[in-house]
Structures are given as C-alpha cells and as structure tokens.
Ligand binder design. Structure first.
Ligand SMILES: Nc1ncnc2c1ncn2[C@@H]1O[C@H](COP(=O)(O)OP(=O)(O)OP(=O)(O)O)[C@@H](O)[C@H]1O
Length: 745
C-alpha cells in the first residue's frame, strides 16, 4: 500500500509523462506519412483529413495535359483511327447530404433491379455515378491481392509493436520503483529497442509496398479509363466537357487508389488499435474502461455533425477551385485571343473573383476546424483527466499500480486515435465510393456498337486481322480498289440537338476517281457529311454506301483507313512534323520517303525543309508554332500519306494564297487521277468548284442543286449563282430577294 504523500508526486509524474507521450506521439509516429495523418486526424477530427486529401487533389490537380489534348481533338483521333496508339466533371453539381442518402437508396434499389430509373439509360447512368458498393470498389485491388496481403502483414507487425509499447512503459514505471531493478530495466530497454527495430522494418516494408501498390492501381486504372474513354462514340464526348473527363482520369483514380491502399491500411490498423486497445483497457481495469470510453459516443456524434458540415463545405470549395482552374486553363491556352482583345485585366478580375470565392469557403472550413480541434482537444484532455482522476483513486486505494495507470492512460489515448481514425477512414471511403462510381460508369459503359469501338479495335493495327479478333457487329472489310460513295435518303440530326434536322433526305453519288465539290451556306451541313461518311455518327434514317456496301456493315477501322480527311479546323498534336504527318499510320512502318512524298504533294515540303530541324521540328501544343496555311498543308500531307481510297477536304486550303492553292490543287488532282481516288471537296472558291466533275449545293437538309459548275452557274436563279454573286460582293437579296437557308428544324 502506498501512502498519499508518496503517491501524489508520482501521480503528477504520470500525468506529465502521459502529456509528454501525447505530444511526443507525433514524433514517435511521424516516421511514416499516414501515421502522422493518423495523428492529425485525431486532432483535426475525422473529416478534415479526408477534406485535405481531396482538396490537395483539387488544389494541385494532376492534369495529364497530353490526354486532355487528345480529348479536345477526339474527332481527329477517330478520323485517323489511332485510338490504340494513345494507350500509354468530377460531378459538377455536388449532391447535398440528403441527395447523397437518396442516391444510396436509389443505387441500392437499382442493384436489386427494382429501380424505375434503371429502366432509363440516362438516369441509370446518373445513379451509377453517385455511389458504388464497397465490394465493387475493393474489387479494383484484386490484382494486387498478394502484395497487399504482404503489406497488411507488415502493417499488423507494426501495429503489434505499437500496441506493446504502453504496456512496456507501465512495466518500466513499476520496475523503477523497485529496489535493485537496474538489470530488469536493462532487459526491458533492450527488449524495447528490439521491438522498435522490428517495428521500423515493418513500417518500411509496409510503406514501400503500399505506395507502390497504390501507384500501380492508379496506373492500371488510368490506362483502363483512358482506353474506355477512347472507345466511346463521339456523341458521348459531345455531351461532356473534356475537363470533367480529365478529372476522372486524374483525381478520381487517385482518390480510389489511395483508399484501396493507404486508407485500407489505416482502417485495419485503427480497427486493431481500437479493439486491441479496448482489450488492454478492460484487462487493466474494467471499471476505469467505462470512464475512459464515455467520451466516445459524444465524440462520434459531434464528429459526425462536424464531418458533414466540413464535407459539404469542402465540396463547394472543390467546385470553386475547379471553376478557378477552368478559367485559368482556358485563358492561358487562349492567351493569344486574350492579348489581342486586351482582356488581361478582365481575366485577372474574373480569376480573382473565383479564387476569392474559394478563399471564403476555405475560411469557413478553417474556423470550423479550429472549433472542432479545440473541442476535440478539450474532450481528449477531459477524458484523460477522468481516467487519471478515477485511476488515481484506484492507485491510492491500492487497486492499481502507477505503472498500470500509465499504461491504461496510454491505451486510452491509442483508442482515441483509433476511433477518430476509423471515423476519418469511413469519410474517405464514402468519397472514394463517389469517385469509384464515376470511374465504373466509364469503365462499364458500352459504347454504341456502330460508332464506338470494341476492346480489340483498340489494338488496331497491332492485331489487324479481322478473322481472329472479335469486333463489333460491323466487321466486314471488303476488297474494294475503286470505291464509289452513295448517300441514300439520309436523315440526320446530332444526338445533342435531336430537334434540329441537319439532313432531311440527303442523296448524292460520287463515282470512283471523281471530284465532287460540295457547297452551300454556312451551317447547311457540309462538314457533317465527313462525320457521317467516317461513321462518327450514324444517320437516323437512310443509308450510306461505300463501293456498294452499307458502311454500317463495314469494319470501322477499315472504313476510316480508306478515308483521308482534312478537317476544317486543323488539329495537330505536340510533336515533330514527321510524327504529325504519320499520325494514324504509326503501326504500319511508314518510311520517311513516304512522309516526304506526301508533304511534297501537299505543298509542305519546301517550307518544312526551311525550318532549322526540318521534319524533326517540334510544332508545340496544337501545332500553334506554325501558320494556319502551314498547318493546313501538314494536315493534307497527313491525309495523303495514308494512301486513302477516298479523300475529303473540308475547306482544306482556305488559309492559302491563290498561287499555293492552285499548285496544291494541281498536285492533288494528279494524285486523284493516278490513284483513282474518290474525292470530295467542300469549298466556296470559284476555282475549286470550277475544277470539279460535279457540284452539289446543299440547302435545307437536301441536295438543292447538282450538276457541273457550268450547268449550275448558267442558271441565273440557281443557288450557286446567287452564292457566287454574294462572294463577288453583291447582296443576297440583290439576286432575287429569296433567301437560302441552312439545315431545317
Ligand atoms: N457536334 C455537334 N452537335 C450538335 N450540332 C452540331 C454539331 N456539329 C455541327 N452541328 C450543327 O449542325 C449544323 C451543320 O453543321 P456543319 O458543321 O456540318 O455545317 P457546315 O455547312 O460545314 O458549316 P460551315 O460552312 O460554317 O463550316 C449546324 O447547324 C451546326 O450548328
């Protein structure tokens, strides 16, 4: 039995040691990143840590810029069928808590197959995008199961060592009170040193493994998401912003991979620490355990409320930061336009406004964090005081030793950490469920069978054998040397604007080796013809035939390989000129000689040779270091190098001077005759129209006029005559007062 006089100073010693332990715990644990997060989570409260992880992602978003360039120009990737060579909105409206809860129950119903929304494709996709089951989320870590188990074993060892520590401290406290206990102290110190070494090795193994696994999961996920995105039909991209998709690729994959590794490890450690800690508490003193754990229900409730508040704020904060980032990215990429219109001060104030919004939200988060941390600190100290108060009495009554009380207090602190970390982990898991759902929505989305691609399409041309890989419904690649093109009663409206008919029964025919010129007023659907012919979209009614075959029955890569397209808005990629010209035929061992020949026909060879690095010249993002006319000529070379059976030039030489244009027209014409290339030229210029075999004029969704240029121009009331008059500077009404229209609604 200890006397009061002996006990009191020792109790104060114990108290100061425990406080020291609490403070030093940061140092003790801080040798690993997630353990220090564990500490911070205890102090900050459950949900703020989850906020910080996500807001880091938002503050410093990993934007794979090369990929975003690919999204922006997805049409070009499609036209050149290069999806395989490209392997290598976070939800814009964040749901309220109530909506989240509703979403969960919706998903649950949908999983059970009883959701009404499930029947509706779009709603079903939206529901899928809100939450994903834990099981499904963790299935992403399946390929890493072995390494993960090893890392978790290392985790258990490190947890074991930290669990033993308080008990050892208690024993030491008791030993030092005994006479002649130096030998025992030595023994304990050596045992503890050994324990620390084991713990350090375990921590090293776990951190190295977990980080590697996390990065691997993120890498695989990003690759799969990117592949899946490239498989989708163009209508999918029409409906979404590239920023949203890039966000899925960078942030969502990162949140998910972190949850499957770091948070999983933390969750397991916290569970073990909590349950093991409670076990030790009960073992040391069941009655004191009740006092120690009495704060948990309160902490859970307050933590829950605080967590919800901060989570909803953090969502707004992320949106706000995303909006600011969007402004900055768009304006920086369009810096030429900003400069030309002296829009700098406008943009600075616009960006400042967005950042100010984010700051106001961040301030609210900071104040909430302060209150919660203060409250948490008070609760933690109060419960510790309760333990020392009741425990002190037990020590005074001889029911407990000082060492046992010290161990008990340390375990109580550990349990506090564990509970808080578990709550935190749950918050992170919930967020990862949201991110995972968005990822699964892409991974599991089946692209349209006619305009989208299959998995095997993505390996084209690596396994370009139509017989031995399963392709989409249309997998026929006929032997056609001289294809003709037929548009037969085509009706079409874009999926995003179904009410606006671009074509209402469009019919025309181009014979092999023929040059067809298409003209008409702006917006009448000229460029859409290329999109339909390349099967980027499919008509709602009617058929398009190539060499007598309905293009819907043809292999999509084969079809696109037949077409050399020079789109109106030329998009080039960052890389060398040679790489850009050979884009889309990379897997087919194209020689430098072929590249040079194509550039020569396109009138690009001479200016390329004048550049310091010639064909190796890097042309910068979107080829912006070249002039418009130079870009057009490279785009033409890119189309020609494919040796297309069909050449479609959409105002391909509009940026060139008359002389260069004439030279290129002559060269292309020569190639057309020599190779019997079926050529479609979308043009307004008199010279181009005059050189064609046939001219069609589009108006109100149909071919309004067709014939040779001379035939059409001979009729003074023809649309072509009127268009020519306008281009010569006369007003439209000057022709006959009747207006020509575009597509029809
Ligand atoms: N991706 C799209 N989604 C929805 N509508 C579109 C899309 N692309 C074009 N449109 C619309 O379809 C119509 C035809 O467009 P298209 O680009 O084919 O016209 P165009 O005759 O080539 O015009 P221009 O001579 O100005 O290039 C236009 O009204 C246009 O607004």
């Amino acid at each position: 039995m200890h006397s009061c006089a002996w006990c009191k100073p020792r109790l104060f010693q114990v108290l100061s040691r425990i406080l020291e332990y609490q403070t030093q715990k940061g140092v003790f644990y801080s040798h690993t990143r997630d353990q220090s997060t564990w500490i911070s989570s205890f102090y900050r409260g459950s949900s703020l840590s989850s906020l910080s992880a996500k807001s880091y992602g938002q503050l410093y978003p990993v934007v794979p810029y090369a990929n975003s360039e690919r999204y922006k120009s997805n049409r070009v990737v499609r036209l050149f069928s290069t999806d395989s060579s490209q392997f290598s909105k976070a939800t814009t409206q964040k749901p309220s808590l109530w909506q989240q809860w509703m979403a969960r129950s919706r998903v649950f119903r949908w999983h059970k197959g009883s959701s009404k929304e499930g029947a509706n494709g779009t709603k079903k996709e939206d529901a899928q995008e809100e939450f994903v089951s834990w099981r499904k989320l963790f299935s992403l870590a399946k390929p890493e199961a072995h390494m993960l188990s090893l890392a978790l074993m290392a985790q258990m060892v490190s947890v074991g060592t930290t669990m033993i520590f308080p008990m050892a401290v208690g024993k030491i406290v008791d030993i030092i009170q005994l006479p002649n206990s130096v030998d025992q102290l030595k023994w304990m110190a050596s045992a503890l040193a050994g324990l620390f070494v084991v713990g350090a090795v375990a921590v090293t193994v776990r951190v190295a493994l977990m980080t590697t696994i996390g990065e691997r999961i993120a890498r695989d996920l990003r690759q799969k998401v990117f592949q899946s995105l490239l498989k989708q039909e163009l209508a999918f991209f029409d409906k979404r912003q590239s920023g949203e998709l890039v966000n899925r690729l960078s942030n969502d994959t990162s949140v998910v991979s972190k949850t499957l590794t770091e948070n999983l490890a933390r969750g397991i450690r916290s569970s073990v620490t909590t349950t093991g800690g409670i076990g030790f508490l009960i073992y040391l003193s069941p009655t004191l355990t009740v006092a120690a754990l009495s704060f948990i229900p309160f902490l859970t409730v307050v933590g829950g409320i605080y967590g919800s508040y901060v989570r909803s704020l953090s969502r707004k904060l992320q949106d706000s930061l995303a909006a600011a980032t969007q402004v900055a990215t768009e304006r920086i990429s369009a810096i030429r336009t900003v400069r030309l219109f002296a829009g700098e001060s406008l943009e600075v104030s616009r960006y400042t406004q967005r950042i100010e919004d984010a700051f106001q939200l961040a301030k609210k988060v900071a104040i909430a964090e302060g209150f919660y941390m203060g409250g948490g600190f008070f609760m933690g100290q109060a419960s510790l005081l309760a333990v020392l108060w009741f425990g002190g009495h037990q020590v005074l009554q001889g029911a407990m030793t000082v060492g046992q009380l010290a161990s008990f207090a340390m375990y109580a602190v550990n349990v506090g950490f564990g509970v808080s970390s578990l709550a935190n982990g749950y918050g992170q898991l919930t967020r990862a469920q949201g991110a995972g759902a968005r990822i699964f929505a892409i991974l599991e989305r089946k692209p349209s069978s006619l305009t989208g691609l299959t998995d095997s399409d993505l390996h084209y041309p690596c396994n370009n054998n139509n017989n031995n890989h399963q392709k989409n419904n249309a997998s026929f690649a006929p032997e056609i040397q001289r294809p003709s093109i037929v548009f037969d009663q085509v009706h079409f409206s874009y999926p995003t604007r179904p009410q606006h008919s671009v074509f209402r029964g469009l019919s025309f025919r181009v014979e092999p080796g023929e040059l067809l010129a298409i003209t008409g007023i702006s917006g009448c659907g000229k460029s859409t013809i290329l999109s339909l012919l390349s099967r980027l979209y499919i008509p709602q009614q009617g058929h398009i035939y190539l060499g007598g075959y309905d293009i819907n029955t043809l292999d999509i890569h084969w079809l696109r390989k037949q077409i050399g397209a020079v789109p109106q808005d030329v998009v080039l990629f960052d890389g060398s000129i040679a790489e850009n010209i050979s884009y889309g035929v990379v897997g087919e061992n194209i020689s430098m000689e072929q590249i040079v020949r194509a550039a020569d026909i396109a009138g690009a060879d001479s200016f390329i040779r004048q550049l310091p690095q010639g064909y190796d010249t890097q042309i910068g993002e979107r080829g912006l270091s070249l002039s418009g006319g130079q870009r057009q000529r490279i785009a033409l070379a890119r189309a020609i190098v494919r040796k297309p059976r069909i050449l479609v030039m959409d105002e391909a030489t509009s940026a060139l001077d008359v002389e260069s244009e004439a030279a290129i027209s002559e060269a292309v014409d020569l190639l057309r005759r020599k190779e019997d290339i079926c050529t479609i030229v979308i043009a307004h210029r008199l010279s181009t129209l005059r050189d064609s075999n046939q001219v069609i004029v589009l108006n109100k969704g149909v071919v309004a006029e067709s014939g040779t240029f001379e035939q059409l121009i001979a009729k003074p009331k023809s649309i072509l005559s009127r268009l020519m008059l306008i281009s010569e500077g006369h007003g439209l009404e000057a022709a006959d007062g009747e207006k020509v229209g575009g597509g029809s609604s």
